[in-house]
Design a protein. Structure first.
Length: 250
């Protein structure tokens, strides 16, 4: 456990000792600020039903943060180690492959969670502006953050897998973004599957992150959504570990 925590601290140290980490946080802050202006404009235009967090989810800024963020966070996880020549020295230390994979994943997840903290400030500011506690329902807010965490968990694992496949951070970022964008585009399927058979519609609905986030933002926790994201996360972490282990086959 001590080795694992040391690896996680190493990942976080690299993130916050580079300009990239601060640029990522700054961009998220900027987009959260734009979303605040957008939500206040909607509230001034008329009373909106549901919690404010639902308004944020339905804005374009939410997906501008959620879709590219994991690819930027994870692009250096393994690719930077390979390009800088520290990968082999890291893998020859007395740590297991799974420890390295899980440590890099955990470090990325912690950084991902920290970047979403500004959203709490946005919600607090809206509470002060509107003086409407109904807009900030505790259950809906907690469920929305659970959804952000679960979707981010799957996207981060995809990013780790993409980073393990190449030594180029740019290529890793592009691959990870293609994975996440592909899954997001599949989420558009239920709206386009009206003329498809029922089985196809159910499948598209099951894998739709848009549908999942709809439920989370409404304060609904569906165990099928939770299982889907956790299973997908484990699958991509397993694939990442297999790629890391493949160096032993050469």
């Amino acid at each position: 456990m001590a080795v694992f925590l040391a690896l996680v601290r190493r990942e976080l140290g690299v993130a916050f000792n580079s300009l990239t980490g601060y640029v990522v946080v700054s961009v998220v802050l900027l987009l959260c600020g734009f979303s605040l202006v957008d939500i206040v404009t909607k509230l001034n235009g008329g009373r909106e039903a549901g919690p404010v967090v639902g308004l944020f989810y339905r804005s374009a800024y939410f997906w501008l943060i959620l879709l590219p963020l994991p690819s930027v966070i994870t692009m250096r996880s393994f690719a930077a180690e390979r390009s800088s020549g520290t990968y082999e020295s890291l893998m020859t230390t007395p740590v297991g492959d799974w420890q390295v994979v899980l440590a890099k994943y955990a470090g990325a997840m912690v950084f991902y969670a920290l970047t979403w903290l500004p959203l709490l400030a946005v919600l607090a500011a809206l509470r002060q502006i509107t003086h409407e506690e109904a807009f900030l329902e505790v259950r809906a807010t907690c469920c929305a953050f659970l959804g952000i965490g679960l979707i981010g968990s799957l996207f981060i694992s995809m990013g780790c897998f993409a980073s393990a496949l190449t030594r180029s951070q740019m290529v890793a970022s592009m691959l990870a973004f293609l994975f996440t964008m592909g899954l997001w585009l599949v989420g558009l399927g239920p709206a386009l599957a009206d003329n498809a058979d029922a089985g196809t519609g159910r499948f598209l609905s099951h894998v739709s992150v848009l549908r999942h986030m709809d439920d989370f933002a409404a304060g609904i926790i569906d165990s099928r959504h939770v299982v889907f994201h956790l299973t997908g996360t484990l699958l991509f972490l397993f694939l990442t570990a297999r790629v890391v282990e493949s160096r032993k086959w050469k």
